[in-house]
Write a protein that binds this ligand. Structure first.
Ligand SMILES: Cc1ncc(COP(=O)(O)O)c(C=O)c1O
Length: 451
């Protein structure tokens, strides 16, 4: 039984007095490196609805940056957390054994799109999962170099940051300390194709820069340990590559004995309608990194690798908290809910929303591109459909307008709206989100004179 209204509902003007007071305290004591856009101060959540500390209710199309896959505080997830917490909170899987961690590794081995069995390493976050993948790739291959993609986001710890090529502010001031030996190549950004092709003529020619330039002039492929790629680029703007992009990468990595590492941290765990987004592209990677949605909001990062790849000596890598039993219990229930129902819901409601956004694109000239799979949808705003000039300021304004109407949404890339709701979103809620965005875009397009 839900106790929150299923549509946005305000008790105060925004932000309300309690929210204002907390934001003021935050200003003095919390790191200013966080990038808060609008003043939402969470009090509680239920499904896809969230309430702020002043009793204002919002529809959440962020899922806390693509994390609350099963919705806010799903009763079955909460029950498994409470049950495990009542038994023990921690024992460190690096030195001892406990069944929830083993069970989760078994479930991942059964469901990961890889040939044969796999093994899993557990950490606490996406960045940590990618750190482990970097180390394992180097350890396993005895090769020093890595390849990643422009626009990619893989985390902000120093190893992961070396792969990340999202926004320069994330690297500024830290440059000399990022790990050396990472080369970046263009990603398949089809709306702005790096080689000027249209999807019907595309054979993933954007990868020629990697094959003909990077691997010829900069690094010998037989010195590359791993190639790290997001199946759908997340922070970069929710970019969906054509299948041939990933297929060509798989062929390239096989040819040169390079490990293909797929970062499913944002796109994975059912969000696209399949448990792993790479399954849409008919490719089997050597390693998969996961975090965000895997435990519905508890911190957990995982690298799953083919059994023959995850071979390293005791002590080579570990984390005290990694694979915490409560987080593993939450993950087991999360994956069960995804497989029973929520992946199918993501596919259904996602297709419904994509249609809705395509209809809005007919109406608003400021919408240049609509793309996505399942409930991972990007809506790119442009000042001019011919020049495709990025409407970055306008995108930020749409986000603010949506907040003032009761919808939480984030941006992705320089000028896209990121639709990443909890996977429990209903069609009725999707319609509310579409209506709010329709109204918000109309106001901003009018202000900007893009009609
Ligand atoms: C694709 C991808 N990889 C890695 C990360 C880093 O995860 P975390 O913030 O948990 O370290 C993110 C976070 O946004 C992500 O989107």
């Amino acid at each position: 039984m839900s106790t929150l209204p299923q549509v946005p509902h305000f008790q105060t003007t925004l932000p309300g007095p309690r929210a204002r007071a907390i934001i003021e305290r935050d200003r003095h004591v919390v790191s200013p490196s966080y990038t808060r856009g609008y003043p939402f101060v969470m009090a509680r959540g239920e499904g896809a609805m969230v309430e702020d500390v002043d009793g204002n209710v919002f529809l959440d199309c962020t899922a806390g940056i693509a994390v609350n896959s099963t919705g806010h505080s799903h009763p079955a997830v909460v029950a498994s957390i409470v049950e495990q917490a009542g038994k023990f909170l921690h024992m460190s899987g690096t030195d001892f054994y406990y069944e929830p961690q083993v069970r989760l590794a078994e479930v991942l081995s059964e469901s990961a799109p890889m040939p044969g069995p796999s093994r899993s390493f557990f950490g606490n976050s996406g960045a940590e999962a990618n750190e482990a993948a970097i180390k394992l790739a180097r350890y396993q291959s005895k090769r020093p170099f890595l390849i990643a993609f422009m626009g990619s986001f893989h985390g902000r710890t120093l190893g992961a940051l070396s792969l990340t090529a999202s926004r320069s502010v994330q690297r500024t001031g830290f440059g000399a300390t990022t790990a050396p030996g990472v080369f970046h190549a263009p990603y398949a950004e089809c709306y702005r194709c790096p080689v000027g092709l249209t999807p019907d003529r595309c054979q993933a020619e954007c990868l020629e820069f990697l094959e003909e330039k990077v691997m010829v002039h900069l690094v010998s492929p037989d010195e590359v340990a791993g190639l790290v790629v997001e199946p759908i680029q997340g922070e970069g703007g929710y970019l969906v590559p054509p299948p041939q992009f990933h297929q060509r990468l798989r062929a390239l990595t096989e040819r040169h004995g390079i490990l293909l590492i797929v970062d499913e941290i944002q796109a994975g765990m059912g969000r696209t309608g399949k448990l792993f987004a790479i399954e849409h592209f008919g490719v089997q990677p050597d390693m998969i990194t996961m975090a965000k949605g895997i435990a519905s909001g508890l911190p957990l990062g995982v690298v799953t690798a083919r059994a023959g790849v995850m071979e390293w000596t005791p002590g080579a890598h570990a984390s005290t908290f990694g694979g915490n039993p409560v987080a593993c219990a939450a993950a087991l229930t999360t994956i069960r809910l995804l497989q029973e129902q929520l992946m199918a819901n993501a596919a259904d409601v996602g297709a419904y929303m994509l249609d809705g956004f395509r209809a809005l694109q007919q109406k608003h000239a400021i919408i240049g591109d609509v793309r996505g799979k399942g409930l991972m949808i990007g809506v790119e705003l442009v000042r001019n459909r011919t020049t495709r000039e990025r409407a970055s300021r306008e995108r930020d304004r749409v986000i603010d307008e949506a907040f003032s109407r009761g919808l939480l949404i984030l941006g992705a890339g320089r000028n896209a709206l990121r639709v990443s709701p909890p996977l429990v979103l209903t069609r009725a809620q999707a319609l509310v989100a579409l209506d709010i965005l329709d109204a918000s875009i109309a106001v901003v397009a009018c202000e900007a004179g893009v009609q």
